[in-house]
Each structure stands twice: as structure tokens, then as C-alpha cells.
Design a protein around this ligand. Structure first.
Ligand SMILES: Cc1cn([C@H]2C[C@H](O)[C@@H](COP(=O)(O)OP(=O)(O)O[C@H]3O[C@H](C)C(=O)[C@H](O)[C@H]3O)O2)c(=O)[nH]c1=O
Length: 180
């Protein structure tokens, strides 16, 4: 039984992964990742790290982050508590959608995750208080390879749904795009 439906977006490799929820009188069960099913659509098949982040206040923005090569990573982001607006930005130099972004709402009572490929930055805004995210990464966290772009960059013009209520000092200091 196929547990996932893959929805392509306008950015190649940025995919919405819709999960099949198996429900019964006790509640439900859903799979977050499956190596074989993900291999079938060209998704990541190796997990390096799994992370959990908690964000207290609605309106908070985290991002836009990615790791440089050779630690470029694919991420699968799932919201298991609360609701977020999840965003991927294409920063691949040769991509026809470079500097374009895709945003989707992920929620604990929803059944979808966002798959962010190598070369794309990831960030999100919380739409409720107390949001919990689970990230699957196919590369280890490598601080020396961490980079990003400013989530408030006017050139990206990411349409955050709410006023930005909180931003880390690190994210506030992320660079703005200058490349033509
Ligand atoms: C990303 C990461 C962080 N950390 C440590 C480093 C810091 O001591 C602490 C918080 O890190 P940071 O402020 O980078 O966390 P976020 O701002 O939530 O960044 C994450 O959220 C954005 C939206 C992402 O897409 C990335 O996965 C990730 O960069 O966790 C780890 O130990 N492992 C990790 O993989």
C-alpha cells in the first residue's frame, strides 16, 4: 500500500509529500519517511540526522538556511504540533527558478511535509503558538558549512502571512541577495 503522494511544485525538487493517515477508533497512524518509496520518486534514501524544533510564539520566523557543498542537504520538514507557513527558496545558480520561492501550510492535523532539495534554503513562520517541527536530514549538521539568505530580503519578497514577531539575531544578520 503506497503511503505517500508526491506533489511537484514550480521549483524542481521542492515537493509536497502527502502522507496516508491510517485511522481507527483509537486515533491514527502515519509514516513520515520510507526509504523504498522515497527512492521510487528520487527522494532522499539516507537519513543522517533527525531534528526536533519547538517555537513558542506565533509569528516567529526561522530561516532562510541551507548548508554549502559538500554538506548540501535534503530536508524533509513535518509540523507535528501547531501550524506553520513553510518556505523553500531556490538558490541554485543554474536553476530557471533561481530566487523564486514556494510556501505551503503544514499543520499537526494535516498530512503533509515539505521536501527541500540541495541548493534550496528553508525557513518558516509559525501561525500558532507552540509549534513543533521534525526535520529529516540526509547530511550531518556542519556549522562551518551553514549559510543562508535574509528572510526579509525584498528581492525574494516572501509573503509571510503574519507580521514577523520574532527573529534570531543570526537570522536578522543574514545577507541580502546581491547577485544579478
Ligand atoms: C540546524 C541545527 C542546529 N543545531 C543546534 C545549533 C544551535 O545551538 C541550536 C539552534 O540552531 P539554529 O538557531 O540554527 O536553529 P534554527 O534557527 O531553528 O535553524 C533550523 O531551522 C531552519 C529553518 C532550517 O531549515 C534548518 O534545519 C535549521 O537551520 O541547535 C544542531 O545541533 N543541529 C542542527 O542540525
Amino acid at each position: 500500500m503506497t503511503r505517500f503522494t508526491i506533489v511537484e511544485t514550480r521549483i524542481a525538487g521542492v515537493r509536497i509529500v502527502e502522507r496516508l493517515r491510517l485511522a481507527d477508533a483509537r486515533g491514527s497512524f502515519a509514516r513520515l519517511f520510507c526509504r523504498d518509496e522515497f527512492a521510487a520518486f528520487g527522494g532522499p534514501t539516507v537519513l543522517s540526522q533527525i531534528n526536533h524544533s519547538v517555537t513558542r510564539a506565533a509569528g516567529t520566523v526561522r530561516g532562510m538556511h541551507l548548508q554549502r557543498a559538500p554538506w548540501s542537504e535534503t530536508k524533509l520538514v513535518s509540523c507535528l504540533r501547531g501550524e506553520i507557513f513553510d518556505v523553500a527558496v531556490d538558490l541554485r545558480p543554474d536553476s530557471p527558478t533561481r530566487f523564486q520561492w514556494v510556501g505551503v501550510e503544514l499543520a499537526e492535523d494535516g498530512d503533509r511535509s515539505l521536501l527541500i532539495p540541495q541548493g534550496c534554503a528553508h525557513g518558516f513562520q509559525t501561525l500558532t503558538d507552540d509549534c513543533g517541527l521534525v526535520y529529516l536530514h540526509d547530511q550531518p549538521h556542519t556549522p562551518a558549512a551553514e549559510t543562508g539568505v535574509n528572510p526579509l530580503d525584498p528581492r525574494l519578497a516572501i509573503a509571510w502571512p503574519r507580521p514577523v514577531a520574532a527573529l534570531s539575531d543570526r537570522d536578522r544578520a543574514l545577507p541580502f541577495l546581491t547577485a544579478p
